[in-house]
Design a binder for this molecule. Structure first.
Ligand code: THU
Length: 156
């Protein structure tokens, strides 16, 4: 379950930095088809920040969400560092829109990243105008997940 929060002011300052980086990287989204530019900034256990923006394709299903760009980039460059925090935002700013929430595929990928480490990943998605969803772990984002543990149990 997520908690809705109105402002980052009640959270540690690092969330402001992640919000700034995610907002900035939205500019690098390639979204000529949807015009929906998403930015993601994540923090690793040593304080390194990795960002990603969605990348679309004329062959629509090949498009890739900002969260997966960022998580795969982080795990490619720093495979042994845990992800501590993920922030997601979008270039749509209106109090009428609800905060962005990661799609199902990204939830699955974030869950797998968390299963590779001992500590939970905290996730925040949204904007100053729409407010934020705050998830304290990947399980809060993806209840009853399918993951590596299921493959270990499988007997043929
Ligand atoms: N998108 C993301 O990058 N992240 C999300 O959490 C939701 C959707 C992208 C995919 C596509 O490029 C565009 O937003 C519209 O769906």
């Amino acid at each position: 379950m997520s908690k809705k929060i109105e402002s980052l002011a009640i959270l540690p300052r690092v969330w402001d930095i992640l919000s700034e980086k995610a907002t900035k990287v939205c500019e690098n989204a390639y979204a000529p088809y949807s015009k929906y530019k998403v930015g993601c900034a994540l923090e690793l256990e040593d304080g390194t920040i990795v960002t990603g923006a969605n990348q679309e394709n004329a062959s629509y299903p090949l498009s890739m969400c900002a969260e997966r760009v960022a998580v795969f980039s982080a795990k490619s460059q720093y495979p042994h560092l845990s992800i501590t925090k993920i922030f997601i935002t979008v270039n749509r700013h209106s109090p009428d829109v609800s905060p962005i929430a990661p799609c199902g595929a990204c939830r699955q990928v974030i869950y797998e990243a968390q299963s590779r480490q001992d500590t939970p990943i905290e996730i925040l998605s949204g904007s100053t105008s729409a407010g934020y969803h705050h998830f304290h772990s990947a399980e809060a984002l993806l209840p009853h997940p399918f993951g590596p543990q299921d493959l270990k149990k499988a007997k043929h």
